[in-house]
Write a protein that binds this ligand. Structure first.
Ligand code: ATP
Length: 512
C-alpha cells in the first residue's frame, strides 16, 4: 500500500490500517512467526529500529557484548523502573542498594566463585569451536524429544543429572555421555572431541598502577548485597524478614555466546535477597515464586509463554530452587532463578571476614544467621522476552503491518504527536502538547510523511498512542488519539490528554 497517497485532510486523518479484516480489533495474543524466523527477525529489527546492536560494530563487533540504541535504552529504563517500583517502592520491607562492580577478592573466595564458578568446556578439534558440554547434551535431549524419542531422551536426561551431581567425576561423566551417544559438533558435524575440562567464568583484572592487586569483575550482583547486610539493614532500621534489591552489571566469560542478548559476557541483573528466619524460608520461597511470575505477566507477557522449571541439580547450599522460563525462539530457557540459599552466603562471609553476620531478634530475644530467598533475573533476557512477545505482523488490505505490542508502561515512546499539516498553526499546538506530555512520559513529535507512514513508524516502535492535531482542533481544542492495538480513534480534549493516556495505560494492564 502506498501510504503517501493518503490525503492530508481531517476527514481522512484516520489510520489507514483501521479496517483490519483479518484480525478483529482486540488485544488477544497475536500469531507469531515460526521460531527460527522470530530469532532472526528480532535480531534484525533490534538493529534497524534502534533497540540493540552488537558492541563496537564498526570494528567487526565484540562477541557477546551489546549496545542499546535510542529505543532500546528507553525500553530498558522502563523495565528497570517497573522492577524497582515493584520491589522497593511497593514493599516497605525492601530497600535498594548500588554496590560497586569490583569487590575485595576475598569476597569470591567466600562465595565459592574462585573455586567453583566453572562451566564444563569441550572443544571440537575439527573446527576449534568451544562448547559447554552440559548444553551440548541438553540440546541433544531436546532434539531427541522433537523426534519423538521420549524414552531415549529421558534416559540421557537421567544420565546428565547424575553427571552434574558427580562432583570430581563430572567431567568424565559428561564426556562419556557425549561419546556413548556419539553427539556431533553442531557447526562442523564432526565427532572429534577433546576431554571435558572446567573453565572459570570470572573476568580478572588488576587494580593499582604497578604490580596491582588481582580483582574480578563481579559475576553476579548478589554478593554486593550479602557483604552490605548490616550497612543496608541498620540505617533503614529493618528487622527480619526484610529484603535488599539491586540492579547492576555482571560479567561472565561465557563459553558459548551465540544467542544474542540471551547469553552475554557483560549483562545486567536485577536481584533481590530476602533475609528470613531459619525455618520460614520455604514459605517465603513459595510466595516469591508466585510474585515473580505475576511480575513477568505484568509486563504484558502472554502467560502461556512462561512456566516454572524445577532444577535437576540443587547447589549444595540451596534447599529449593526453581527457574522461571520463557519460551524464547531458542526454546524454553531460564529467565529468572528463585533460590532458597539457606545461611550459606552470610556464614561464609562471617568465616572469611571475621565479622559477625548474624542478627539479633529483639522480640524473640535470640540471635541467628538469617536464611536467604533470592530472586535473580537478567535485565537483558527480560528485554529479549519483551521484544519476542510483543512482535507480530498482520495483513491489512494486502499490506503487512508490523507491530511491537509493548505494554504502554514499558513502551520506549508512550505517544506520538502529529500535526496534520504544517499550516494554520497546527505544529505550534502539537509542540505545546509535546511540552506538556513530556513532563509525564517520553513522547515523539513527528511531522514527516503521510499519516499512514507516521502511524506505521510508531507501530514499529511499539508506541501505544498517536495524537493528531487537525483543523477541528482549532475550533474545539480536541485531538484524535489512535490506539496502536485496536487502531480505533477517540476524540479527546487537549487538557485531558495526560489523564486519558494514564487511564488507557491502567486499562491496558487490566485487559492484557
Ligand atoms: P544459565 O544457566 O542460563 O547460564 P544461570 O543459572 O547461570 O543461567 P544465574 O546465575 O541464576 O544464571 O543468574 C541469574 C539470571 O541472570 C539468569 O536467570 C539470567 O536471566 C541472567 N543471566 C545469567 N547469565 C547471563 C548471561 N550470560 N547473559 C545474560 N543474562 C544472564
Amino acid at each position: 500500500m502506498n501510504n503517501e497517497a493518503v490525503p492530508l485532510h481531517p476527514a481522512e486523518a484516520v489510520d489507514t490500517f483501521a479496517c483490519c479484516l483479518l484480525h478483529p480489533c482486540h488485544r488477544s495474543p497475536q500469531p507469531r512467526p515460526m521460531s527460527d524466523d522470530l530469532f532472526d527477525t528480532i535480531v534484525s529489527l533490534s538493529k534497524q529500529r534502534g533497540f540493540i546492536v552488537q558492541s563496537s560494530e564498526i570494528y567487526g563487533g565484540l562477541s557477546a557484548t551489546y549496545d542499546y540504541g535510542p529505543m532500546g535504552v528507553e525500553l530498558k529504563r522502563n523495565v528497570k523502573e517497573k522492577w524497582w517500583q515493584s520491589m522497593v517502592y511497593q514493599n516497605d520491607d525492601i530497600v535498594g542498594l548500588d554496590a560497586s562492580i569490583m569487590m575485595h577478592p576475598k569476597t569470591w573466595d567466600a562465595s565459592g566463585h574462585t573455586e567453583a564458578f566453572n562451566d564444563p568446556l569441550i572443544d571440537d578439534k575439527a573446527s576449534g569451536n568451544r562448547y559447554r558440554a552440559d548444553e551440548l547434551i541438553e540440546n541433544y535431549i531436546r532434539a531427541l524429544r522433537e523426534e519423538g524419542e521420549e524414552a531415549h531422551a529421558e534416559a540421557v536426561r537421567e544420565r546428565l543429572v547424575e553427571a552434574l551431581n558427580a562432583g570430581e567425576e563430572m567431567n568424565d561423566a559428561l564426556h562419556a555421555i557425549i561419546m556413548d551417544e556419539e553427539i556431533p559438533a553442531p557447526e562442523s558435524g564432526a565427532f572429534d572431541w577433546t576431554d571435558v575440562r572446567q573453565f572459570n567464568l570470572m573476568f580478572e583484572t588488576e587494580m593499582g598502577p604497578v604490580d596491582g592487586q588481582k580483582v574480578f569483575l563481579r559475576p553476579e550482583t548478589a554478593q554486593g548485597i550479602f557483604v552490605n547486610f548490616h550497612n543496608a539493614r541498620e540505617p533503614a532500621r529493618l528487622h527480619v524478614p526484610f529484603g535488599v534489591a539491586q540492579i547492576g552489571k555482571a560479567f561472565r566469560n561465557e563459553i558459548v555466546a551465540r544467542q544474542f542478548v540471551f547469553r552475554m559476557r557483560e549483562f545486567e541483573q536485577m536481584e533481590m535477597q530476602y533475609f528470613v528466619k531459619p525455618g520460614t524460608e520455604l514459605d517465603w520461597y513459595e510466595q516469591w515464586k508466585e510474585r515473580r511470575m505475576k511480575w513477568h505477566e505484568s509486563l504484558g507477557i502472554d502467560p502461556s509463554n512462561l512456566r516454572f522449571h524445577e532444577h535437576d541439580q540443587l547447589s549444595h547450599y540451596a534447599n529449593a530452587a526453581v527457574d522461571i522460563q520463557y519460551d524464547f525462539p531458542i526454546g524454553w530457557k531460564e529467565l529468572e532463578g528463585i533460590h532458597s540459599r539457606t545461611d550459606y552466603d552470610l556464614s561464609r562471609h562471617e568465616e572469611y571476614s571475621g565479622k559477625k553476620m548474624s542478627y539479633y531478634d529483639p522480640w524473640e530475644e535470640e540471635r541467628y544467621t538469617p536464611y536467604v530467598v533470592e530472586t535473580s533475573t537478567g535485565l537483558d533476557r527480560t528485554l529479549f522476552m519483551v521484544l519476542c512477545d510483543a512482535y507480530y505482523e498482520e495483513e491489512v488490505k494486502g499490506d503487512t503491518r508490523s507491530v511491537l505490542q509493548f505494554h504502554p508502561e514499558v513502551a520506549p515512546v508512550r505517544a506520538g504527536i502529529f500535526p496534520l499539516t504544517d499550516k494554520e498553526g497546527l505544529p505550534d499546538i502539537a509542540r505545546e502538547i509535546e511540552d506538556d506530555l513530556n513532563q509525564h512520559f517520553n513522547v515523539r513529535y513527528d511531522d514527516r510523511g503521510s499519516m499512514g507512514k507516521r502511524y506505521r513508524r510508531q507501530d514499529e516502535a511499539g508506541t501505544p498512542f498517536c495524537i493528531t492535531v487537525d483543523f477541528d482542533t482549532l475550533d474545539d481544542q480536541t485531538v484524535t488519539v489512535r490506539d496502536r492495538d485496536t487502531m480505533e480513534q477517540d476524540r479527546v480534549a487537549i487538557d485531558q490528554l495526560a489523564t486519558y493516556i494514564f487511564d488507557q495505560t491502567a486499562n491496558w494492564e487490566a485487559s492484557a
